[in-house]
Design a binder for this molecule. Structure first.
Ligand code: CUK
Ligand code: CUA
Ligand code: CA
Length: 644
């Protein structure tokens, strides 16, 4: 199929060559392209954009500038990549307001140092942290009535297969769950409604895709027997954060998306081949997008039609193709899509899922009502659920929406974002060659991965801003050594044409993010004392309490003093310090740092935290406030006296 009338760039000989090159898809050649993309942008001609480039645009469109003293109109929740945190940005300014420590220790708040954070992060039997590294990719918020409700957000850790939940009222991580039986935990997406009880119109499950297949069970046997390598699709309970069930599938999972009626969750698959080397993962002409029938899966679990593997007690139902041939009983539908697809995204009007081609220059539109018809046995073939497959450009990865019928897809190899109209794409695919589905293209710098528009994957997609996470920044910032930052760019999408308005460097690498209207998020300014079972509510409760060689020290802070102003323990004691900040004033945070004892954490207004450590060095050690709080901040200290 040709989409030449939709491709304003096809006059560039370089692009034509590259397009042909990709279409012929010599296996090693495509891999070579992917491996050397860092170099591709460099040899791309400047000024090929049809949108007039970047410089002229700063004054066009709605203002992205937020003057001193003014507030942004959106929150951005950005995955923190290798840092294992989630960054909170104000948009459109792009200012970073906060970081929520999640999977990795954080020296400011004492995440990984306090007992409360260690209990969430997970420890070994000796109390040390179980993991020190993470790789976060995807952040998503909880839904109510098809839009964000501002209650929770979730983020994945690909390295150690953990999913974390953040409470958005205080912007803290409150639960982390490690998912059994899988490796390469990648895509996540909350559901938007219950598949059966439609009165439950909010998120109660989070779906998780495992990208890498691995021996099941992974017990050191049969590691060269690739038939034992399996991937699973996982459902986690949004409230308890327990793993509810898993589905054994053929091939792998990658990204995840969910339907607005709660009935379907989807994952794209690039390794239907089950290869362990990249060339093997590119053998098949088609891979797939899997659709999970949530109600049927949960009925199968209820009916006891599941297995368990290894030490895990999680029920695993059979979603393999062989066992799911009859649509009327199938748990899973497999929609064939062009080879090695990447993102899958649900459009805001609730009708379509878009699967981006990656190795194929195409976007595939799948109609959800037709997938449901397949499950009812009303389609001859699942292929009928595909209502369009159109050419977009080279290396399509992820798609966002403006709520006005347009989609925005990143083109990794072309270093562009393409804006395209879904209904016109469907018409074009059905044979109306006059249906011009490509609306606009814009160059981005360089090699974009994720993008997201304001409120994009909600029914309230408002089509104002589009953020693009570019994987290579090259020449965009002052050189700072061999490691380059990523480049986050902001595009005004309120008009017909996209307008680039700003960019900023970011530490590698966020991957994904969401942009939420500010009035949806209702953060509290102080904690509630009663939320902490160990709170020291009154200075009269302070003191040193000994049980054998276990010593509990209860302390309160109120600017500019700690009470107790000193406390005595003995060398060899196991000391637990419980500190409650009794200040009620907004923004009045204290720190508690103990010299030579490797301890620092903060307590926000009305918050309680504790640390436990061995008093292994005799002497006097200053415990000082490490967070500027008061004119007498430097004087705000206590003394730990460790008796020999
Ligand atoms: S993946 Cu990174 S650009 Cu982990 Cu969502 Cu596509
Ligand atoms: Cu309290 Cu500084
Ligand atoms: Ca493949």
């Amino acid at each position: 199929m040709s989409a030449d009338n939709n491709n304003p760039k096809n006059d560039s000989p370089l692009d034509l060559d590259r397009r042909k090159f990709l279409n012929t898809a010599a296996v090693a050649g495509v891999a070579g392209t992917l491996l050397t993309v860092g170099g591709l942008a460099g040899c791309k001609k400047e000024g090929t954009s049809t949108t007039g480039g970047v410089a002229a645009s700063a004054t066009a469109g709605s203002s992205h500038e937020v003057a001193p003293g003014e507030l942004d109109s959106y929150y951005g929740f950005w995955s923190g990549g290798h840092m294992g945190d989630v960054r909170v940005l104000g948009l459109p300014s792009g200012r970073e307001i906060h970081r929520i420590p999640v999977f990795n220790p954080d020296a400011l708040v004492g995440w990984g140092i306090t007992n409360e954070s260690k209990a969430i992060m997970g420890t070994n039997s000796d109390g040390s942290l179980k993991y020190h590294v993470a790789d976060t990719h995807h952040v998503h918020g909880s839904y109510k009535d098809g839009t964000y409700d501002g209650k929770y957000a979730w983020v994945n850790d690909k390295i150690n297969c953990r999913i974390a939940r953040m409470r958005l009222d205080v912007m803290d991580c409150d639960k982390i769950t490690e998912i059994p039986n899988i490796q390469g935990f990648h895509g996540i997406f909350p559901d938007k409604r219950d598949p059966v009880d439609q009165a439950i119109n909010y998120t109660t499950r989070v779906f998780c895709g495992s990208e890498f297949h691995a021996p099941l069970p992974n017990d050191g046997h049969d590691m060269d027997d690739l038939t034992k390598y399996r991937a699973l699709f996982t459902c986690v309970d949004a409230e308890t954060m327990d793993v509810r069930w898993q589905v054994l599938i053929d091939g792998n999972c990658d990204l995840v998306a969910t339907s607005y009626d709660g009935k379907l969750a989807a994952t794209n698959q690039y390794n239907t081949e089950g290869g362990v080397k990249y060339v093997d993962m590119m053998n098949a002409e088609k891979d797939a997008c899997l659709f999970f029938n949530i109600a049927r899966i949960e009925q199968a679990v209820k009916d006891g039609k599941f297995k368990t593997y290894g030490k895990s007690k999680v029920p695993v139902v059979d979603g393999t193709l062989e066992s799911n041939k009859d649509p009327k009983t199938a748990l899973v539908a497999s929609v064939p899509v062009p080879k090695n697809p990447h993102g899958v995204n649900a459009s805001p009007e609730g009708k379509y899922f878009i699967c981006a081609g990656k190795l194929s220059p195409t976007g595939t539109i799948i109609d959800l009502s037709l997938v449901l018809k397949w499950f009812d046995g009303e389609l001859k073939s699942i292929d009928e659920a595909i209502v369009a497959e159109v050419e977009l450009g080279l290396g399509p990865l992820h798609t966002a929406f403006d709520g006005r019928g347009n989609a925005f897809t990143t083109l990794f190899l072309d270093s562009q974002v393409v804006k395209w109209n879904l209904e016109n794409a469907i018409k074009f695919y059905k044979g109306d060659k006059n249906a011009k589905y490509v609306v606009d293209r814009i160059d981005v710098q360089y090699q974009p991965g994720h993008l997201n528009a304001s409120m994009s994957e909600t029914k309230d997609a408002d089509g104002k801003w589009l953020a693009v996470g570019c994987k290579f920044s090259k020449d965009r910032f002052l050189p700072a050594g061999p490691l380059h930052p990523e480049n986050e760019q902001l595009i005004d999408i309120s008009g017909e044409k996209m307008v680039m308005v700003s960019e900023h460097p970011v530490r590698p690498e966020p991957h994904d993010f969401i942009i939420v209207k500010r009035d949806i998020i209702k953060p509290r300014q102080v904690y509630n004392l009663d939320e902490f079972p160990n709170a020291v509510k009154d200075p009269a409760e302070c003191g040193v309490f000994r049980q054998g060689n276990k010593v509990t020290v209860k302390i309160t802070s109120m600017a500019p003093a700690f009470y107790l102003s000193d406390f005595k323990v003995k060398v060899g004691d196991e000391v637990t310090i419980i500190l409650t900040n009794l200040d009620k004033v907004e923004d009045l945070t204290h720190g508690f740092a103990i010299e030579k004892y490797n301890i620092n954490f903060i307590v926000n207004p009305q918050e309680t935290k504790s640390v436990t450590f061995k008093a292994d060095k005799p002497g006097m050690y200053w415990c000082y406030c490490s967070h500027f709080c008061h004119a007498l901040h430097l004087e705000m200290r206590s003394r730990m006296l460790v008796e020999a």
